[in-house]
Design a protein around this ligand. Structure first.
Ligand code: UDP
Length: 366
């Protein structure tokens, strides 16, 4: 018997497993993939740590979370500054004075604010009700049309006026010349890759890979007092209340025989015509000096069962269905649901860690 069975070796599972082991509990971690680290998994190709399930840049304002992850890895000084490519025109992200200058030729913050105000006023938006209105309120129609609409509709597969406003509020808008994508005090990439960081969290803990919990549920439930389930909540219940919507991502990864493809870790293709949403050049997360480079084109698609779910579609309809699943989950006395899929939440890494640490404290204080 184990005290805890942790289903899923991603960040949420790894943090809880680590905390329980530290408190003297017996822990078994299982994952259906052949590797640990969930979607933060990195794999070395040509000496470059490739983010196999999409780019992950650690950023947080929470000092205790920052100190926590620094126990398991040293972080480099990477600062995320993606570039937007709109039909070959390049713009700085997040939206800042460089972006406004390139878009309108404005030079001062007052000029930029006046331009946005004028575009916003012409549409008469007071209370933004959806992503489109929110975006126009923040940056005006030109930036919305060139840098947001196409990207967002490719990324989410839904029109911007049918998406929740909060998605766009993830991005800062600044009237300064600051290309740092995140408003975060602490930021970086773990030196040696995320896989190594998660392996350090799981050190000394028994792990079984290639095991599908839902297919072997009865057997695995018998061997633990408590189950920490980090898979999709609707899948746990056999989709009996319906299927929650997710977006999936497909990556086309290529090794190129040149040292520099795009000169930046992330270039977002913000027009509607380019089929991919962004290209990641992995070496630039780590200031790579290799002779070759590895790039991944990201294609976004609607998730269908059997594929990897990435982004929960946190709109009203799915929110309601999730609440019903959550109610069901409260009757599963020995199972705790957590993480991006278990809580159906567009979590960043630091928030996942925060939530796993909180849950660990709760479990240990019972
Ligand atoms: N977004 C956009 N243009 C960009 C980058 C982002 O319109 O060039 C919007 C898009 O709707 C996206 C959201 O901002 O879903 C959040 O972007 P973020 O970079 O936080 O997404 P993630 O890295 O989690 O995919």
């Amino acid at each position: 018997m184990y005290d805890y069975l942790v289903v899923g070796a991603g960040l949420y599972g790894a943090v809880i497993a680590h905390e329980m082991k530290k408190a003297g509990k017996s822990v078994l971690v299982i994952d259906k993939r052949p590797n640990i680290a969930g979607n933060v998994y990195t794999e070395e190709i040509e000496g470059i740590n490739v983010h196999k399930y999409g780019a992950h840049i650690f950023h947080t304002n929470n000092k205790s979370v920052w100190n926590y992850v620094n126990q398991f890895a040293e972080f480099n000084r990477f600062t995320n500054s993606p570039v937007a490519n709109y039909h070959g025109e390049l713009y700085s992200l997040p939206f800042n004075m460089y972006t406004f200058n390139k878009m309108w030729g404005v030079v001062t913050p007052e000029e930029a604010e006046a331009k946005i105000e004028e575009q916003k006023r012409s549409l008469g938006i007071t209370e933004p009700k959806n992503l489109e209105e929110q975006a126009i309120s923040l940056v005006g129609t030109d930036i919305y049309e060139k840098l947001i609409k196409g990207y967002t509709e490719k990324q989410w597969g839904r029109p911007c006026d049918q998406l929740p406003a909060f998605i766009i509020k993830r991005l800062p808008v600044r009237f300064t010349f600051d290309n740092n994508y995140f408003n975060a005090l602490y930021q970086g990439i773990p030196i040696g890759g995320y896989t190594k960081m998660v392996a350090n969290m799981l050190e000394g803990i028994e792990i079984q890979l290639g095991i599908d919990y839902l297919e072997n549920k009865q057997e695995y439930d018998k061997i633990a007092e408590t189950v920490i389930y980090t898979g999709a909540i609707d899948a746990y219940f056999g989709f009996k209340l319906g299927t929650l919507e997710y977006r999936s991502v497909r990556f086309e990864t290529e090794v190129l025989d040149k040292p520099n493809f795009q000169g930046n870790a992330a270039v977002n293709y913000t027009d509607a015509e380019t089929p991919w949403t962004r290209i990641i050049e992995h070496k630039w997360f780590e200031f790579g000096t290799q002779l070759k480079t590895v790039i991944s084109r990201e294609y976004s698609s609607e998730w269908t069962p059997g594929e990897e779910p990435y982004y929960p579609v946190n709109d009203e309809k799915n929110g309601k269905m999730y609440e019903e699943y959550k109610r069901l989950s409260e009757n599963e006395k020995k199972v705790i649901f957590g993480g991006r899929l278990g809580e159906y939440k567009y979590y960043d890494m630091d928030k996942v860690i925060e939530s796993a640490l909180k849950k660990s404290d709760e479990l240990l204080s019972i």
